[in-house]
Design a protein around this ligand. Structure first.
Ligand SMILES: Nc1nc2c(ncn2[C@@H]2O[C@H](COP(=O)(O)OP(=O)(O)OP(=O)(O)O)[C@@H](O)[C@H]2O)c(=O)[nH]1
Ligand SMILES: [Mg+2]
Length: 397
């Protein structure tokens, strides 16, 4: 419920009243029990509440009935999250992805009587593409959905082109984690000096992937990408439409799973992130658990550090904000990079010098010696480029 309150705050609502009900299953027609709805109605009237937000996905029927009973706007968790995404989307890609998710959420709910929710309510839950198109036909929405999907395919192709132009020799690291864990703060700390990424104590501050080059010891570099945070009960449609953004996670060599250890629910959050990674097929990637906000961890919870260290052998404890533990994290990243790459020395005949220059694009060259007939290179190659390097060497033999 605290998280829901934070979501509501992020969307711009003030929380006036909270209510829970213990039931084995939600009521099919009203979600809550009949008496509970009446109780809620009394609070709505007394406090002049304008919106009721439920911490679950409501069925179209429940939504319609609740709005009729309460006579105010009703939002469920999914539509609240969609609304936040919509108001925060800045790039063409994020806007397209979120509109697609909103329309797909809307489609099965188009039958409901939207018209009685006059525009005077305004505010959250109305920023979507929905309210203006409500009276339009489902067919129009469907047409728009396929158009958006085509647009996303085009955007994805542009991405692929951009990616093919970017340095393949560098290790790619993606920051993943629950929303508000401190991923963007960590990127700012790691890439100190570069322009800062937006950080905020609200949910979903980041919707787009941002990549920065980060320097490690021995002059090595890696690309670190910050991306959208995860949350429990993330609408599945939303994950699906954010595939383009999340492909940064799927293509990374190493994941940094950032955890807010000061959050009392951090273990549940780890599970949510692991579940989402599994949905993306990225759960088996080399992952470093990064426990952040060490500075905010209460003394009586410090025992958790030993517990986590025992559970996750590569765990690193940091404060992204205060710059604590960053060197330790960097050396841990280096270790993982080294484990996932190999070093080799090759001699290429000068006649095949073009092959030597292509090797430069596939590995980090640490030594280059020319003789009259050959060039000798020592390079470190990431395992993902192993086959390409072998093919090149075969061609030069
Ligand atoms: N006390 C403390 N606060 C931190 C630390 N790192 C980040 N924060 C705060 O946590 C909040 C969220 O930080 P962000 O970096 O925006 O988190 P994020 O994971 O990028 O969040 P989303 O983009 O919303 O998913 C901000 O208010 C930060 O100032 C830390 O080490 N200690
Ligand atoms: Mg962020």
């Amino acid at each position: 419920m605290n998280e829901l309150a934070l979501l509501a705050d992020t969307a711009g609502a003030d929380v006036l009243y909270r209510m829970t009900q213990e039931r084995t299953t939600p009521d099919g027609a009203l979600y809550l029990g009949k008496g509970k709805v009446e109780e809620l109605k009394r609070h709505v009237d007394a406090l002049e509440i304008q919106i009721a937000i439920f911490d679950d996905e409501l069925t179209p029927v429940q939504l319609r009935n609740l709005e009729k009973e309460l006579n105010i706007k009703v939002l469920d968790r999914s539509s609240l999250i969609l609304d936040i995404f919509a108001s925060r989307a800045r790039t063409r890609e994020a806007k397209t992805q979120i509109e697609l998710a909103q329309l797909e959420y809307l489609l099965p709910r188009l039958t409901r009587a939207w018209t009685h929710l006059s525009k005077q309510h305004g505010g959250i839950g109305t920023k979507g593409p929905g309210e203006t198109q409500i009276e339009t036909d489902r067919r129009l929405v469907k047409t728009r959905i396929s158009l958006l999907k085509e647009k996303l395919v085009a955007i994805e192709q542009q991405h692929a082109t951009r990616r093919s132009g970017r340095s393949d020799e560098l290790t790619r690291i993606a920051l993943v984690g629950y929303t508000n864990a401190g991923k963007s703060s960590l990127l700012n700390t790691l890439a100190a000096g570069d322009s800062n990424v937006f950080v905020e104590n609200r949910l979903f501050a980041t919707l787009d992937a941002t990549t920065r080059g980060v320097e490690f010891a021995h002059g090595r570099r890696a690309l670190v990408t910050d991306t959208v945070g995860f949350i429990r009960k993330l609408p599945p449609k939303l994950i699906a439409s954010f595939r383009t953004t999340l492909s940064e996670v799927q293509e990374a060599d190493v994941l940094l799973h950032v955890v807010d250890i000061a959050n009392l629910q951090f273990e549940e959050q780890i599970e949510v992130v692991n579940g989402t990674l599994q949905e993306l097929g990225s759960h088996l990637k080399p992952t470093i658990m990064v426990f952040n906000k060490l500075d905010a961890l209460d003394d009586d919870r410090k025992y958790l550090l030993a517990e986590m260290r025992a559970r996750y052998p590569h765990a690193v404890f940091i404060s992204a904000q205060r710059g604590i533990g960053i060197e330790r994290l960097k050396s841990e990243i280096e270790k993982v990079i080294t484990e996932s790459s190999f070093e080799l020395t090759v001699e290429i005949p000068m006649a095949h010098y073009d092959i030597a220059s292509r090797l430069y694009e596939l590995g980090e060259v640490s030594e280059r010696v020319f003789s009259e007939t050959h060039v000798r290179l020592r390079l470190r190659v990431h395992v993902r480029n192993k086959e390409r390097v072998e093919r090149l060497l075969a061609a030069a033999a």
